[in-house]
Design a binder for this molecule. Structure first.
Ligand code: ASP
Length: 320
């Protein structure tokens, strides 16, 4: 069977490139997804996931993560955990539990501590600077501070046909303490069923949850749609529904993969990037144009785009 990994955003490329080596050598999707997401969590310049993630309104980094096994449908998830290095590993461990597999806040902290997960202060000086800058520009002027978020979501199918999905995020920048987005919520931020396929979302959690969008895409694939058709149909329907009923729609971006290794992507924003690697595709970053007439288009990221990305994430944070 053809193995594939597909992930939200450019930030996943190093992780999936490394994890692909395992999939090549008959590795298991679960290990590959955990390994790839840990690499994203550990990189301090990715400011929306793990170490270096942007904090809540109290300048505290609260992290959400989830892990789902497409064979057994087991799910492990955490919401609002603080100061643990690899939220994805905690979620994976929780997926082995029969009960109490979704823990939040102090309960999640307590569990992770008891299970011996690595504890560190997740707030970097750089993230603190972002916080101070945003506070001066928005909160202190009575403006909305909510802008800036991204989740790494990775779906994998391995040579044995086993599918797994994982997500990890620091959520909405400047969020209220205790706010949890879609990323650890089954059906919204992620869903996978090895008999069909999987999907994972990134964007405004409050809106993604209104459509249970990841489950909806898997359901459409089960009805016979290709991942690309399913993703575009679910994204355009949710986007239009939100605009019709509420006057606007938040950011919605999705990647989907079926159990044959076919993938799709859809987004209502310009410039959503995603990363793919498979048995017959070398690791590649793509950049999307937003959905138009029900179809999302994308191109391979240019050298120029990739270089600008690296410069942007590492550029100094100035207070102008
Ligand atoms: N969906 C995440 C959240 O709302 C953030 C993101 O993916 O951009 O927490």
């Amino acid at each position: 069977m053809k193995w594939v990994m597909i992930a939200t955003w450019r930030m996943a490329i190093e992780g999936i490139t490394e994890a692909a080596e395992d999939l090549k050598n008959d590795g298991y999707s679960g290990e590959a997804v955990e390994k790839a997401i840990k690499i994203v969590e550990d990189f301090p310049y990715y400011k929306s996931v793990g170490y270096g993630g942007l904090p809540n309104e109290n300048c505290q980094v609260e992290l959400d993560a989830a892990y789902m096994d497409g064979d057994t449908l087991s799910i492990g998830a955490i919401g609002g955990i603080t100061d643990f290095k690899n939220p994805i590993s905690i979620a994976k461990k929780l997926s082995k539990e029969r009960f109490n597999c979704f823990l939040v806040g102090a309960g999640a902290d307590e569990y992770a501590k008891k299970e011996g997960f690595h504890r560190i202060n997740m707030l970097t000086d750089r993230a603190k600077r972002y916080y101070e800058k945003r506070k001066r520009k928005t909160v202190d002027k009575g403006l909305s501070p909510y802008d800036g978020h991204d989740t790494v979501g990775i779906i994998s199918v391995d040579k044995a046909g086993k599918m797994v999905v994982g997500t990890s995020t620091s959520g909405l920048f400047m969020k209220k303490k205790g706010r949890v987005g879609d990323s650890p919520i089954s059906g919204s931020g992620f869903y996978v069923d090895s008999e069909v396929g999987g999907a994972t979302a990134t964007g405004l959690g409050e809106d993604l949850m209104k459509g249970c969008i990841s489950y909806e895409i898997v359901r459409l694939m089960k009805d016979g749609l290709q991942p690309q058709e399913a993703a575009d149909k679910a994204v355009s329907e949710l986007n239009e529904k939100l605009i019709k009923r509420r006057g606007k729609s938040g950011d919605i971006s999705i990647v989907a993969l079926n159990n044959k290794g076919e993938w799709g992507v859809s987004t209502n924003i310009e410039g959503f990037s995603f990363s793919v690697v498979s048995e017959d595709e070398k690791p590649m970053v793509y950049v999307c144009n937003k959905i138009k007439h029900g179809k999302t288009t994308y191109d391979v990221a240019s050298e120029q785009w990739l270089e600008a990305y690296l410069n942007r994430i590492k550029s100094p944070i100035t207070f102008d």
